[in-house]
Design a binder for this molecule. Structure first.
Ligand code: AVI
Length: 328
């Protein structure tokens, strides 16, 4: 068996999550363009639906990224080198993380995830698969400052941020996150990051509005979650899933569109929506090669290698921690 060190519990308890969820929902429903942060998709039902999304024929990112890890494992190992502590932002999927760990001969693995249960399960599965690899799960929100286990202090780090999750942040949040992890991982560190490319709008919209309706169920579950956890009276059946390409911001936007005028309450607070009005529930930004490089550089990381899938386009970029220089 591999070695799973004690789970480091940093995040809020159930009540804490509830408070933050409630605050985000009320703030979001009170705006002119209603909006709720995408991170609230991932309760148990939402996480299971997301797993189903990754298996859809139309949702290419997971398949593309897994294919890149398989095809280029040797090149990645040569570029990264052995003996690094792999710090994964978000818990490792059962397919992608083992491919990376098997390729690069790491010194330790540190999955960072807000969901303790998910973290424990994936750490246990990886421990069974990689006997002897020290695993230090950290229960924390990786979008906030995270304290790494002191055992990995002297070891050079590789940040691993797959899945194009960076695309779910607007550029300034993405840059803040990259800069934060540049500081946390330290000098000499590397970052391997999944980036979804700009591509044909039809391919993109089908990936986020599949004919089987799985993405629609994932989006609508947000409203069901509000009803379940915050005592809401939202008539979910009167909402429709929308996925639209915003060409100005190069992103797919997901919305929940009201099919008729309605009123509902959340926690006793009354909200009104007019027919056609939407709740903006997710952004998924796509990046061309230069855009992605610029984003990484702004975040303190210099790209050193890129592995691209062409059709549909998706990239894994390896970048190194850059020293700040104010002149050329
Ligand atoms: C988690 N994230 C990278 C997914 C994406 O593609 O933006 C979330 C998702 N939303 C709908 N489908 C998948």
């Amino acid at each position: 068996m591999g070695i799973v060190r004690q789970l480091r519990q940093i995040s809020a308890d159930e009540a804490g999550v509830d408070i933050a969820f409630r605050a985000d929902v009320h703030a979001g429903l009170s705006q002119r363009q209603k909006a709720i942060p995408a991170r609230w998709f991932y309760d148990a039902t939402g996480s299971a639906l997301f797993e189903d999304i990754t298996a859809l024929p139309e949702y290419y990112p997971t398949r593309s990224e897994t294919g890149l890890l398989k095809r280029h494992a040797g090149d990645m190992a040569a570029a990264i080198g052995p003996g690094r502590a792999v710090v994964e932002l978000g818990s490792g999927s059962s397919t992608k993380t083992p491919l990376l760990l098997a390729a690069i001969d790491p010194a330790a693995y540190v999955p960072v995830d807000i969901s303790g249960d998910f973290l424990r399960d994936s750490a246990d599965a990886l421990a069974a698969r990689f006997p002897g690899l020290p695993i230090y799960p950290v229960e924390a929100d990786f979008t906030q400052k995270v304290a790494l286990p002191r055992e990995i202090c002297p070891i050079p780090k590789l940040g691993f941020f797959p899945g194009s999750t960076i695309g779910n942040m607007v550029a300034r949040t993405a840059i803040d996150l990259l800069r934060g992890w540049r500081a946390t991982l330290g000098d000499g560190s590397l970052m391997l990051i999944g980036i979804d490319r700009i591509k044909d709008v039809g391919v993109l919209t089908r990936a986020y509005d599949d004919p089987a309706g799985v993405t629609a169920a994932f989006n609508l579950n947000l409203l069901e979650r509000i009803n379940r956890e915050l005592g809401g009276t939202i008539p979910v059946e009167n909402f429709a899933h929308r996925a639209v390409w915003n060409d100005v911001h190069a992103r797919i936007e997901m919305h929940l569109a009201a099919a008729c005028d309605m009123e509902f309450t959340v926690d006793g607070c009354r909200y009104h929506m007019a027919k056609g009005e939407t709740i903006h529930s997710e952004n998924s930004h796509k990046y061309g090669p230069r855009d992605a490089n610029l984003l990484l550089c702004a975040g303190g990381w210099t790209p050193v290698a890129t592995w691209d899938d062409v059709d549909p386009a998706f990239a894994l970029i390896l970048a190194e921690a850059t020293e700040f220089r104010s002149a050329p």
